[in-house]
Design a protein around this ligand. Structure first.
Ligand code: GLN
Ligand code: ZN
Length: 778
């Protein structure tokens, strides 16, 4: 018997209903009951979809108003004491207080409306830290652990209520939990020297109680997610699995241990042998392990094969999937389940919301709803059900059309990649030589000041762009409005006394979308939203074909801006790795090949900018680090091709053209040699929030001193706060202690597009003053 299920479903809703309900509630427009009703409605609809598709279970516990890890903090009763919650607050209000750093609303008053915030925002404890969920673009809230952390099984009934809700609707339920080891792993110690693994003994009894309660509710299966089995785990963590699961299995429903995102590798046998009733493996990310799992998994266990890609939007090649499933079905004596590789949280809801996509491209895609159908179709085909024939034939035709389409393969792009020459990713001269040439050309003062690219995206700019898109503002009028904005940005920078200017990026909706829209091989959805965190969603572009650049993308704007000023104007591009990382990428060729195609297209843009007289060109790569594979074994290969792609873009220019790059959001010290190997003339990085700690490695702490010029961010652009001059001087002194004066730049942490003009001008004025003061000290 083969059964079908999913690991989780996108909770945001077909039309982002959850986002809008959350934001209305946070604004105070709706009460908690109204929000709860939206949540219940979404769950009911999503369960119904799973049943209508023919899946054997509905998955319960994947819903969250804000984040599933936050739900576990409440389920397991370990809300950090620093929030000082009393008994008067609902679990929803407490969840939002932890997620957003706002004071929790008081319990509902008699008229049913949430009371006003109990304390002014300034007094509210800061929110839980947020970080990326494995290698996805989803962000979870980080549990805080310390010696005083306690757990409590009776803290939140939400999961059990949702189970009862699904049962009342008549659904067979599989509940889902994040496993105890992954939960601890994903948290963070709040006290030096404390080891969060030491909390395991206190945590396990709480899991036992949770599982016991699910069993008492009549839940037959619980999917327990331990994605950390796909990571390089320290030995004590690995060794904790066996005893933990012996303890949990004592009085639990049947447990399906779910792993995903990464090969199990040295943990494969461990995962197969844990005392659970079944194992889910990601056969998309680790297809090569499927046979090994089928060999090692005892016959009495369920093998759940994640065969449909939960991380990408392509229609599954069902023939290929069947060819991989059949030997496994033959080998594994126990029950076989079919599923997507991981939760469908990471793909958009459904194709029904994309009527504007052309029929051909649409036929190549499968979003969450379509993936439900694919899993079910695979089950029928595997069972030899003849009625699956027509659907299989349709799928086969779509796959064949994608393979043969001239939109996908462009010979001129392949030829370009094949023409690779030794040295095409190296600047002609070494850095010291280029630096001298650039100094002669630009004659900048020591500690030159600049910004990262964007200036405030005002409501007026956004309104003009929206009008232009709607067709209500003709192209010429729109261009005029953008040029006026550039005038304003250039004048403001000159008045502030900045040394290297930018045009401000008013014409860009988003740093990836702007370029994707102008490149061949990219497509955009109308409604392909994916949750990033809380109510925030992103709409990644799709890269479906060979990437080429029909015409210049930024030259007109940048050259216009340069004509307004004698000061150097930096051209501004998004780098190839970030273009790749923040998109749904084609799966019919290696990622690195797609990245290299983007790199060649961007190289042409760089050369066009140079030809137009732009002497400094910044290639942003904020996503470089997040592309790192989950396991260290894959780091080198990734860094090699990612580095080559960056250098391909940057290396065609003259010695006296200055290449900048910019990175943010992350810790870069552990890949410092590879960042240095990008050989950008100047790098600007986010450092102010870490009080310049991030810069330590750049100063040679780990043996390698960053060889080129650096602009460590001297102020945090995430907040409207205007940092005083003295504060930036203090940071600059710290920076000057590790970076030679001739290499040091002065700039904010990142772009200013989310800021208002008033605070931007005030902060930049202070920044320029700080740089001038530091120059005196040199
Ligand atoms: N140039 C971009 C900007 O200033 C960089 C954004 C980023 O690094 N995320 O907005
Ligand atoms: Zn940035």
């Amino acid at each position: 018997m083969t059964r079908t299920h999913i690991l989780g479903f996108p909770r945001i809703g077909a039309q982002r209903e959850l986002k809008f309900a959350l934001e209305a509630h946070w604004r105070g427009d709706t009460d908690a009951a109204a929000l709860e009703a939206v949540g219940a409605g979404l769950r009911a609809r999503h369960w119904a979809l799973q049943r209508e598709a023919g899946l054997d279970f509905v998955t319960v516990g994947d819903f969250a108003f804000y984040d599933q890890v936050l739900n576990h903090i409440q389920l397991l009763g370990c809300e950090p004491a620093r929030f000082g919650f009393g008994t008067g607050q609902t679990d929803l209000a407490r969840a939002f207080a932890m997620a957003r750093g706002v004071a929790p609303a008081a319990a509902p008053t008699c008229c049913g409306h949430a009371g006003a915030a109990a304390a002014p925002a300034a007094a509210a404890p800061h929110a839980l830290e947020m970080t990326k969920w494995f290698d996805t673009n989803y962000h979870y809230l980080v549990p805080e652990f310390g010696p005083a952390t306690a757990f409590d099984h009776a803290s939140s009934a939400r999961l059990f209520d949702e189970v009862a809700e699904a049962q009342a609707l008549g659904h067979p339920v599989k509940a889902v939990l994040l496993g105890p080891l992954s939960f601890l792993w994903l948290g963070k110690e709040k006290q030096a020297g404390f080891d969060r693994l030491s909390l395991l003994d206190a945590l396990l009894p709480v899991y036992e109680r949770v599982l016991g309660r699910l069993k008492a509710q009549g839940v037959e299966w619980v999917q327990i997610d331990e994605p950390i089995l796909g990571l390089d785990l320290p030995e004590p963590w690995r060794q904790s699995f066996e005893r933990s699961y012996w303890q949990l299995a004592r009085n639990a429903p049947r447990l399906l241990l779910a792993t995903y995102f990464s090969p199990l590798a040295e943990n494969l046998r461990l995962a197969c042998q844990l005392p659970v009733a079944g194992l889910h493996v990601d056969a998309v990310r680790a297809p090569e392990e499927l046979t090994g799992v089928a060999d090692w998994l005892p016959a009495h266990k369920v093998l759940s094969v994640g065969i449909v890609d939960g991380r990408n939007i392509w229609r599954t090649d069902l023939d290929d999937a069947l060819a991989r499933l059949r030997p496994v079905a033959g080998k594994h004596r126990g029950e076989l389940w079919l599923a997507p590789s991981c939760s469908l949280l990471h793909v958009p809801f459904g194709l029904q919301a994309e009527p504007q996509l052309d029929a051909e491209l649409r036929s190549w895609l499968a979003f969450a709803c379509e993936k439900l159908g694919e899993v079910q179709l695979l089950r029928r085909a595997l069972a030899g059900d003849a009625s699956a024939g027509p659907a299989l034939a349709e799928a086969r035709a779509a796959i064949a059309s994608r393979r043969a389409s001239p939109r996908v393969r462009r010979p001129e792009v392949a030829q370009r990649l094949a023409r690779r020459m030794a040295g095409d990713d190296r600047r002609a001269a070494p850095f010291a030589h280029r630096q001298a040439a650039q100094q002669r050309r630009f004659a900048l003062p020591p500690l030159p000041t600049t910004t990262i690219g964007s200036f405030p995206q005002t409501a007026a700019i956004r309104a003009q762009r929206a009008a232009h898109r709607r067709g209500a503002l003709p192209a010429e009028a729109y261009a005029r409005a953008m040029r006026e904005e550039i005038d304003r940005v250039v004048k403001a920078q000159e008045a502030l006394g900045l040394d290297v200017l930018v045009h401000g990026e008013p014409e860009r909706n988003d740093m990836v979308e702007y370029f994707g829209e102008q490149l061949d091989g990219y497509a955009f959805t109308a409604n392909g939203w994916v949750q990033s965190y809380g109510s925030r969603c992103v709409k990644p572009p799709l890269i479906y074909g060979d990437v080429a650049r029909p015409t210049a993308m930024t030259v007109e704007w940048t050259a216009y801006a340069q004509r307004l000023t004698p000061l150097p104007m930096k051209g501004m591009l998004t780098g190839p790795v970030t273009m790749l990382q923040w998109a749904f990428v084609r799966d019919d060729q290696p990622r690195q090949q797609t990245c290299e195609q983007i790199a060649w297209a961007l190289r042409d843009e760089v050369l066009d900018l140079e030809r137009a007289g732009i002497g400094m060109i910044q290639i942003d790569e904020p996503a470089l680090r997040e592309g790192l594979p989950l396991r260290r074994a894959g780091w080198k290969a990734y860094l090699d091709w990612a580095g080559r792609a960056f250098r391909l873009c940057a290396s065609g220019v003259r010695d006296d053209t200055q290449i900048h790059t910019h990175m943010c959001y992350a810790e870069f010290n552990d890949i410092l040699p590879e960042i240095a190997a990008l050989d950008a003339d100047v790098i600007t990085i986010e450092t102010s929030r870490s009080d310049m700690e991030l810069l330590r490695g750049f100063g040679g702490e780990r043996g390698l001193r960053y060889p080129n010029e650096i602009g460590p961010g001297v102020y945090d652009i995430h907040s409207p706060r205007v940092p005083p001059v003295a504060e930036m001087v203090r940071l600059l002194r710290k920076a000057a202690a590790v970076v030679p004066a001739g290499h040091l730049w002065v700039n904010p942490d990142c772009g200013l597009k989310t800021r208002g003009w008033a605070e931007t001008e005030a902060a930049l004025a202070n920044m320029v003053a700080a740089a001038r003061q530091m120059r005196e000290e040199l």
